[in-house]
Design a protein around this ligand. Structure first.
Ligand SMILES: [Fe+2]
Ligand SMILES: [Fe+2]
Length: 261
C-alpha cells in the first residue's frame, strides 16, 4: 500500500510538473511578445489598438498551436482529459439515485476515445518510437501494447454491461486502473524518450497526423478495435523495417494507411 501511495504521489507530482512547465513557457512567450509590442506596433505603422490586439492574439495563439502540435504534447493533453472524465464519474457515482443518462454521457465518449487513442498511438507513435527511441524502445512498446490490450478489454467489458450496474462499475474500475498505470508509464518512458531523441519536425508532423485522425474519428466507427499480440507487433515492425529502403528522412513517415487495418 505504501509503495502504491508513493507511486501515486510521484505520478501526481510529475503531472503537476509537466503542466507547470507548459504554463510557464506559455506565460514566458506572452511576456516576450509584450516586450516586443512597441517594435511590432512600429512595424504595422498606422494600425489602431484594436487591430494590434488582434495581431497580438493571433501571434500568441499561433505560438501555442505550434507547441501543441508536438505529438507528445497532444498525447499528454488526451491523458489529462481521460483523468478528468474518470473524475466526473466519481462525482456521478456519489449521486443517489444513480443518474444513468449522465453516466452514459460521460462514459460513451470516454470509452470511444480510449480505444481511438490507443489505435492511433499504435499506428503512428509506437512505430516511430521503435525507430527513434534509445532507451529500450522495444521493451517500452511491448509494455504499451500489453497495457492497451488491458484497456481495450476493460472498455469492451463495460460496454457489454448495463451502465450504472455493479458489473459496469467493476469494468470501468479495471479500465481506469489499467489506463492510469499505462499513462504514467507511457509518460515516463515512451513519451519522454521520444521527446528527447526524435527531431522536433518529426514530432510536429506526427502531431498533425494525430490531430487530423482524432478529428476524423470522434468514435470507433470504421476502426478495427482488437487486441494485438505485443511480440508480433514488434516483430512485424522489424520485418517491415528490414524491407524498407534506407532513408533517414521523415518526409514519408512510413506509417501506412490511416484508414484502417
Ligand atoms: Fe497514451
Ligand atoms: Fe498508450
Amino acid at each position: 500500500m505504501a509503495v502504491t501511495a508513493q507511486l501515486s504521489t510521484t505520478r501526481s507530482t510529475s503531472t503537476v510538473l509537466v503542466v507547470s512547465v507548459a504554463a510557464f513557457l506559455a506565460s514566458l512567450d506572452l511576456f516576450i511578445v509584450n516586450i516586443a509590442f512597441p517594435d511590432i506596433r512600429k512595424a504595422f505603422g498606422s494600425a489602431d489598438l484594436g487591430t494590434m490586439s488582434w495581431i497580438l492574439n493571433g501571434y500568441t495563439q499561433e505560438r501555442l498551436e505550434v507547441a501543441m502540435a508536438d505529438i507528445t504534447m497532444l498525447i499528454l493533453a488526451d491523458h489529462a482529459w481521460f483523468r478528468e472524465q474518470f473524475a466526473k464519474l466519481d462525482d456521478l457515482q456519489a449521486q443517489t439515485p444513480a443518474n444513468r443518462g449522465a453516466l452514459d454521457r460521460v462514459w460513451r465518449p470516454l470509452a470511444d476515445k480510449l480505444d481511438v487513442h490507443a489505435y492511433i498511438e499504435e499506428k503512428i507513435f509506437y512505430p516511430q518510437l521503435l525507430k527513434r527511441g534509445t532507451e529500450d524502445p522495444e521493451g517500452e512498446t511491448l509494455d504499451a501494447i500489453g497495457d492497451h490490450n488491458e484497456i481495450r478489454d476493460g472498455v469492451r467489458d463495460a460496454n457489454a454491461a448495463r451502465v450504472g450496474t455493479e458489473p459496469w462499475w467493476a469494468a470501468v474500475g479495471r479500465t481506469r486502473l489499467a489506463n492510469d498505470d499505462h499513462m504514467g508509464e507511457e509518460e515516463r518512458q515512451g513519451l519522454s524518450d521520444f521527446r528527447r531523441h526524435a527531431p522536433a519536425g518529426l514530432r510536429e508532423a506526427l502531431g498533425r497526423q494525430y490531430s487530423e485522425f482524432m478529428a476524423q474519428h470522434p468514435t470507433t466507427k470504421g476502426l478495427l478495435i482488437a487486441d494485438r499480440d505485443p511480440r508480433s507487433y514488434v516483430e512485424d515492425f522489424e520485418d517491415a523495417r528490414q524491407s524498407e529502403p534506407t532513408d533517414h528522412s521523415f518526409g514519408s513517415l512510413g506509417i501506412g494507411s490511416l484508414k484502417g487495418d
